[in-house]
Design a protein around this ligand. Structure first.
Ligand SMILES: Cc1cc2nc3c(=O)[nH]c(=O)nc-3n(C[C@H](O)[C@H](O)[C@H](O)COP(=O)(O)OP(=O)(O)OC[C@H]3O[C@@H](n4cnc5c(N)ncnc54)[C@H](O)[C@@H]3O)c2cc1C
Length: 334
């Protein structure tokens, strides 16, 4: 285990915002996971935060007076079982690398989640999703350290309460389970049914008729690259605002007002764009001109400025459409 002190959180997260962390603990093997609680006790730490690649996280300017725990273990083991392949993947593995591995084996299930930045360990936390797929449908077991009992445990998906951008790991059990390995079962074959509109359009425009997983994964990466910022070059947390959901009873009202929606899910990017905010810059933070849900850190230096920008954006949308926007990324220490 590597233990570092006084580390700027801004260097660990893709939004590049956050003060210093008192400690960063980097876990390098399974022994480090078993020894984690005793190491925290040895350093008198009673506050911790689990961090992957920091693609959905930032911190306040005050930083974090505890330990940020980062998993650097990145192994994949897999075995075939007829038409199925079972994968056992360490939490520190890069998500897109794992997707690529599965599509090389001809597996369907997560090919539309190609190109999502981050680690395998964080994928179940908000049940990552894109282009009609969600990771939860492919998870068979989660291996975690129970931080209260100091015990290695296993969780079935039925115990994780997965739904849209939600699980126990970002709600009722936040900070309780340190995920160190995830098991997935994928099937060999091709995706069935209708594809997400923008993905199908890309395939049509490029005369691609194959639905082979590796072909679809590459198409998804290309569609994403054309509208989402690459975190290595442009600071952002991806979608900054969650899509707004309304009660079933309000759906007719959306139609009357001409607000696009998918069932009870309001197209929140449309709300931001039609409030005239696309491409506008507030305190160094820009509403992306390609995807309005995305906030780009162009020259912002502080969490405080980011919050001022978010307030202006939210207030403008609320004044025009009456919907309150909710932030998607996590804030360390809050
Ligand atoms: C350009 C861009 C595009 C994106 N597109 C999408 C998209 O299409 N769909 C989507 O769903 N998301 C998307 N995201 C968000 C992000 O990629 C996902 O949330 C991803 O899972 C974050 O992984 P990470 O390792 O960076 O997690 P982090 O940001 O480091 O952590 C995220 C959360 O998971 C917790 N966590 C991390 N590791 C563990 C662990 N081992 N055990 C327990 N808890 C843990 C953290 O405490 C935190 O609450 C996008 C982000 C960016 C920057």
């Amino acid at each position: 285990m590597i233990i570092r002190e006084n580390i700027p959180i801004s260097e660990l997260v893709t939004m590049r915002i956050g003060g210093n962390a008192r400690y960063v603990f980097e876990l390098e093997d399974k022994e480090d996971i078993k020894n984690l609680i005793s190491e925290l006790k040895n350093h008198n730490i009673d506050k911790w935060y689990f961090l992957g690649a920091g693609a959905n996280t930032f911190a306040t300017d005050a930083g974090f007076d505890g330990a940020i725990i980062v998993n650097k273990i990145a192994n994949i083991i897999f075995k075939g079982d007829g038409d199925k392949i079972h994968f056992k993947v360490s939490a520190g593995m890069d998500w897109d690398f794992f997707v690529e591995r599965t599509t090389k084996e001809g597996c369907t299930g997560i090919e539309c989640l190609a190109g999502i930045p981050g680690t395998v360990g964080a994928a179940p936390v908000q049940n990552i999703g894109a282009y009609g797929q969600e990771v939860a449908t492919t998870i068979t077991k989660i291996h975690a350290l129970d931080m209260e009992k100091d015990e290695l445990i296993e969780l079935d998906p039925s115990e994780c309460d997965f739904s849209y951008r939600h699980s126990i790991f970002n709600s009722t059990a936040r900070g309780k389970y340190y995920i160190y390995e995830v098991d997935f079962t994928l099937e060999k074959g091709e995706i069935k049914g209708e594809l997400y509109g923008s993905l199908q359009k890309y395939l049509d425009d490029n005369n691609i008729t194959s639905r082979e997983p590796k072909v679809l994964a590459e198409a998804v990466r290309n569609v994403r690259d054309s509208k989402l910022p690459d975190p290595k070059e442009i600071a952002s947390s991806g979608s900054f605002f969650k899509n707004v959901y309304v009660d079933e009873s309000k759906v007719a009202e959306l139609d009357e007002k001409g607000i696009p929606h998918h069932g009870t899910k309001v197209n929140t990017g449309w709300l931001i764009e039609n409030a005239g905010l696309k491409g506008k810059v507030f305190y160094g933070f820009k509403v992306s001109d390609k995807a309005a849900l995305v906030l780009i850190n162009e020259s912002g230096k502080s969490y405080e400025d980011m919050q001022k920008a978010v307030k202006e954006i939210s207030d403008t949308v609320e004044a025009k459409f009456g919907f309150k926007l909710e932030q998607e990324p996590n804030v360390i220490g809050k």
